[in-house]
Design a protein around this ligand. Structure first.
Ligand code: 13P
Length: 256
C-alpha cells in the first residue's frame, strides 16, 4: 500500500484564535494527547504565538507551523512576515493559499506560488491549500479548478521540492460550515490531485506527497475520512482548538 509509505500528517490550523498565553495552555493540553501519535502532529498558529509555541513544544513530537509568509526576504511590506523571520523563530511548516486568504485577502494562485517558492527556498515545508467553491462544484468544474490550482501554485517547483510540500484539499463549502465532504468525495478529489501531481511530475513523486483533507473534520468523522487510500491526513480548524477532539483525530490517523 502506497498510503502506508506516506507520512500521515494531522495539522491544526488555529486561524485567528488564541493569544500567546492561551496558545501555551492549549499546547500543554495537546502535548499529552499527541505523545503516542503514529503520525506527524503540527500546530499552525498566529504569528504572535509562534515563539511561545516553539518554546512550549520543545522536546515533544508536536511541530509548529505558521499560517502564511511573504515571498520577499525583507522590505517595505507593512504587516507581512518573511520566511527568514519564521525560520529564526523555529517554525517548520507554513500554511499557504488557505481559502480564507484567497477569499478575504486577495490571495491569488500567483502569490501562492511566490510564497511557496520562497518557503521552500528558506527550508520551510509548505502546506499548500487548494479547493473549490460550492458553485464551482455545482457547475461541475471541481477538477478543472483543482487542476489549475495545482499547476499554478506549484509552477516552477521541481519534483524534489514538491516532495517537501503537503497539499491540503479543502473544499471551501466544507470549511467552518459543519458540512463535511463525504469520505468518498474527499477521496475522489485527493486521488485526482495525486493524478495531477503524477502528470506534472511522475508517479513516484506523486506517491510520496502527503495529501490532507480539510473542512469540518472532527473526532466523529476523522476515522472514515482517513481510512481512504489518498487521504493522508487532515488540516483541522475548529476541532484543533479542543485538545480532546484533536487527540481523537490524531488517534484516528494513527490507526490509519
Ligand atoms: P474547519 O475544520 O473549522 O472547518 O476548518 C478547516 C480549515 O479551514 C483548516 O484549514
Amino acid at each position: 500500500m502506497n498510503k502506508a509509505k506516506r507520512k500521515a500528517i494531522i495539522a491544526g490550523n488555529w486561524k485567528m484564535n488564541k493569544t500567546p498565553s492561551e496558545a501555551k495552555a492549549l499546547l500543554e493540553e495537546i502535548i499529552p494527547v499527541a505523545k503516542d501519535a503514529g503520525c506527524e502532529v503540527i500546530a499552525c498558529v498566529p504569528y504572535v504565538d509562534l515563539a511561545t509555541a516553539v518554546e512550549t513544544v520543545k522536546g515533544t513530537n508536536v511541530k509548529v507551523g505558521a499560517e502564511n509568509c511573504h515571498w520577499a526576504e525583507s522590505g517595505a511590506f507593512t504587516g507581512e512576515i518573511s520566511t527568514g523571520m519564521l525560520k529564526e523563530v523555529g517554525v517548520e511548516y507554513v500554511v499557504l493559499g488557505h481559502s480564507e486568504r484567497r477569499q478575504y485577502f486577495g490571495e491569488t494562485d500567483e502569490t501562492v506560488n511566490k510564497r511557496t517558492k520562497a518557503a521552500l527556498a528558506a527550508g520551510l515545508k509548505p502546506i499548500v491549500c487548494v479547493g473549490e467553491l460550492l458553485w464551482e462544484r455545482e457547475c461541475d468544474i471541481t477538477e478543472e479548478v483543482i487542476a489549475r490550482q495545482i499547476k499554478l501554485d506549484l509552477y516552477d517547483v521541481n519534483a524534489e521540492d514538491a516532495k517537501k510540500c503537503v497539499i491540503a484539499y479543502e473544499p471551501v463549502w466544507a470549511i467552518g460550515t459543519g458540512k463535511t465532504a463525504t469520505a468518498d468525495q474527499a477521496e475522489e478529489v485527493c486521488a485526482f490531485i495525486r493524478k495531477e501531481l503524477a502528470k506534472k511530475y511522475d508517479e513516484e513523486t506523486a506517491q510520496a506527497i502527503t495529501i490532507q483533507y480539510g473542512g469540518s473534520m472532527n473526532d466523529a468523522n476523522a476515522a472514515e475520512l482517513l481510512s481512504k487510500e489518498n487521504v493522508d491526513g487532515g488540516l483541522i480548524g475548529g476541532a484543533s482548538l479542543v485538545a480532546a477532539k484533536f487527540g481523537a483525530i490524531i488517534d484516528a490517523a494513527t490507526k490509519g
